[in-house]
Ligand binder design. Structure first.
Ligand code: CP
Ligand code: NVA
Length: 300
């Protein structure tokens, strides 16, 4: 049984097959309307979500199945039942579990069950987002392979999954972060061992110069709200404004996983500008997740 906790769990041809199927779903969302009839997805959210929650629910519906939203406060999990016991019990009811957690180890604990576990974001990784991001590059440029992508900001979960996307899907990635906010060294080492084409710098201009796509994320992720003021000071030079975006290639697109803190990591004129692909990214969540669910559950 396969889980989807990290892009590195899957081979390049498997991920490309998901992207190909996602392209077909984009053209015809109901192409496989009964593929998961009678199947259910449990969705556990330790943190807020707009895109992940709605896109997974819609994806299951388009495949003929159903999804249920479970907050830890409504589950016995909130009263001390273990994650492992929760997973084993849910596995008797549902066909897959998608979870958004703080600690990545909670996702590993969920694999104590007998159904596939999907990472709907942990503090370490956000692989579902990266799938949608790669589909977006493919749609704007015809192919993701060899595309120069600059990520500027915090070396966080979103950045880590882009690093893994470089390893598996041939994106050429330059990451620009302030000192002390670089991506996790183990993530970098594993991705480089798997073939990632990756440059790390502390200079935002060096990261962005000539890139075909410029990506940023919030400076304070969920759970880091108390560091907001400090981070605002540290990340000041990493704001994607017209000047920084202007260093990218003339046909560059702007990417952001959303939600955005406008005025912090990106200004309105860039995120609302003609080269912004952020709504395509958000839409592509549903197409890629529909394809992922079909790959995980469609054959059994
Ligand atoms: N990009 C993303 O995962 O959005 P949500 O937090 O709204 O799910
Ligand atoms: N890095 C952000 C991504 C939100 C989708 C966070 O973890 O809050």
């Amino acid at each position: 049984m396969k889980h989807f906790l990290s892009l590195l769990d899957w081979e390049t041809d498997e991920l490309r097959a998901i992207l190909d199927q996602a392209d077909r779903f984009k053209a015809d969302p109901c192409e496989r309307r009964d593929a998961l009839a009678g199947r259910s997805l449990a969705m556990i959210f330790q943190k807020s979500s707009t895109r992940t929650r709605v896109s997974f629910e819609v994806a299951m519906t388009r495949l003929g199945g159903s999804a249920m939203f479970l907050s830890p406060n409504d589950l016995q999990l909130g009263r001390g039942e273990t994650i492992e016991d929760t997973a084993r019990v849910l596995s008797r009811y549902v066909d897959a579990i998608m979870a958004r957690v703080f600690d990545h180890a909670d996702l590993l604990a969920l694999t104590a069950g007998t159904v596939p576990v999907i990472n709907g974001l942990s503090d370490l990784l956000h692989p579902c987002q990266a799938l949608a991001d790669v589909l977006t590059l493919r749609q704007w440029f015809g192919n993701e392979q060899g595309i120069d992508l600059a990520y500027v900001g915090d070396g966080n979960n979103v950045c880590h999954s882009l690093i893994n996307a470089s390893a598996r899907l041939g994106i050429v990635l330059r990451v620009g972060t302030p000192r002390g906010y670089e991506p996790d060294q183990d993530i970098v080492a594993a991705a480089e061992a798997a073939g990632a084409q990756l440059t790390l710098t502390n200079d935002p201009v060096e990261a962005v110069r000539g890139a075909r796509a410029v990506y940023t994320d919030v400076w304070a992720s969920m759970g880091q709200e108390s560091q907001e003021q400090e981070r605002r000071r540290v990340f000041e030079k990493f704001r994607v404004d017209d000047e920084l975006f202007g260093k990218a290639a003339s046909d560059a697109i702007f990417l952001h996983c959303l939600p955005a803190h406008r005025g912090d990591e990106v200004v309105d004129s860039v995120i609302d500008g003609p080269r912004s692909a952020v709504l395509d990214q958000a839409e592509n969540r549903v197409h890629t997740e529909q394809a992922l669910l079909l790959a995980l559950l469609g054959q059994s």
